[in-house]
Design a protein. Sequence first.
Lengths: 379, 397
Amino acid sequence: MPLYHDEDQAMLADSAAQFMSEEGAIAKQLRHWRDTGCKDGFGHDLWKQFAEMGFTGILVGEDDGGMGMGNVEAGIVLEQIGRNLTPSPFLTSSVMAATALNNGSAELRGRYVPGLLSGDSVFAVAIDEGAKHRPEQIATKAEKSGNGFKLSGQKDFVIHGASADMIVVAARTSGADNDADGITLFAVPKDATGLDQEAVKLVDSSVATHMKLDGVELDGDAVIGEVDGGREVLNKVLNAGRIGAAAEGCGVAGGAMDMTVDYLKQRKQFGKLIGEFQALQHRAAHLYSEVEIARAVTIKAGQLLDGGSEQADLMVSVAKAKVAKAAGLAVKEGVQMHGGIGMTDEYDIGLYMKRDRALQEFLGDAYYHAERVAQLSGY
Amino acid sequence: MADLDTFREETRAWLEANCPAEMRQPVRDEEDVYWGGRKATFKNDAQKAWFDACVEKGYTVPAWPKEYGGAGLSAAEAKILRQEMAAINARPPLSSFGIWMLGPALLQFGTEGQKQRFLNEIARGEIRWCQGYSEPGSGSDLVSMQTFGEDKGDHWQVSGQKIWTSYADQADWIFCLVRTDKANKYQGITFMLFDMESEGVTTKPILLISGNSPFCETFFDEVSVPKSYGDDCPGQVGEVNRGWDVAKYLLGHEREMISGAGGGGLTSAIGAAMQRHAHKDGGQLDPILRADLAMFDVDALAYAAMGEKFLDEMKAGKGHPAQPNMMKYVGTELNKRRHELMMSAGGSRSLEWESEETSGGKPSRNWLRTKANSIEGGTSEVMLNVVSKRILDLPGA
């Protein structure tokens, strides 16, 4: 499979680009919801429009009414989301929760998928249990209770948790805190008794929660996949989420870079366009190289993941780490090259910097994934 | 798709039958590479057997048309062959500037007569070519070159000096940029082909910081270059005075080649290998070095994906025409970083200059060699200039 978009993918990219730059534009969505103090941090009307475009069910199987596409296609939509900083629950709902549900029972899919397809439902995923991403260590407990389970513990960085109708929660049904096995995934409804969430606004104006599970009682049919066999599904959810976040990061990087290169062609100092200065040209050209490479490895990793390759775990981590470095460079150079106005709220470049920072942290930063690359490579 | 699957099966079987075990090891140094030419000798029987089998099959230049010594493979088939060769670590059967540079130029600009003669000679490894571009006063600013060819009717009389001519002392023929019009900077250069045994050609190897001498100074003292080598076989590629077009095209290829040499297999992940070396030495990687290696591996594996994308796009005519400049810049910088890390991981052992254990100081000599990667074929700074002007469309000089 060549590492560029085929015709269908190019069409999807065109329609996603047009939709996101019009409906999902910064002024219309991110700034609007931020400045009106929206509790969700995104607009439900836009989410409905996502559904009309078919985006919400992009990873859902065709038998369940979805588009049956892969992570490469989801990445195409996410790149445009990143480029326009469009706030939406797409990554947590349509990529991560959808991947979990694809591994769940028909009954569970029947309960949750229709709402996703119509854009009526929003889903979140609760994995982290501290300020850093450490999915190897899951302490939240799920004990057998009657026909079901009782969940106790706490989760952090649950993006869209407060807006979600259902939250996929990773909990331990057996073993010690850092065992690979003994994990089970649960579909927890928002109104479950004992579920308590404290919403916090983040630097990029998205909203996450600190979640407390105080003996949350769930029926056995809330289990996604097999009891004690959740690690495999969790890995799928993580891979999908990570490559999705990488694709979104490519969009953030590309958007910040284009805005910056445009600025170099407009701003005059010392009687010249600042883009004439070689000191800036070389930095811009270096940035271009890094962003191109980040995009290449993101497509590569997406293809490997969709193809079920053994290399997928490694290359998804390479992609997440590489995008973090490239996008981090794009937003830092972006603010610096914009000079004083880069520090103002009025100008959008700073919004890219904030989004990048949140995205870097989501599902593991460059350090986490470089460490994982070393481990998966055998050192 | 079925055809390609069949091709893959056949290729795998052919490689199994024809690629000797000795040729399925990574290339360690120049001696493991067969360069061909009138003065060439094979290092061992396996190298010869592998070379002969590939010549027979057209696999020294798989993507070239069959009538010019290739196998006429499609882009997809050539990719499969590369993948299958990589899978068994098969060495290239023949390496040469003829394959990498003159061949592509002739395929693009040559006459039928030139293709018939020169491409077949290259494919069969009969003639080893070198490249005459840089001059002492013309490095990054190549177009200022002065070597002059005076029109003498049926031939040119060429005088001047080239520098950084790779293996000029071992090459049979040269493709050479010669000024044929002093009044016209860009449209006054001719891309000439001539025999290095011609009267008036001398070469002098240049001793480098690595202690090796892969490059030469090449002097031309009234060398007579024929305007024709026979029917439909002129002595220059492209038109007279339009050699800069060929040169520019070839510089693109050189940048791809250098980025390829720095990319792909060579810059794939190295952390695991460095850890094994450390263990052999009874130790562990320093934690901070291990971290640097992990960050390097991220960049190297990502660049390998970029290399694949770059080739796919080139073949489909989708890539930006200036993209090889970006590849060259990143690939060579990465290769330098790779060797810095290997030196650090190797410790004092990698400082040894002449020991048997290091095969005559391979680690340090190779490390020093890589410093030229970002200078030859256009410096990193020139690459960044080109990217900023041609891709980012930034203004100014």
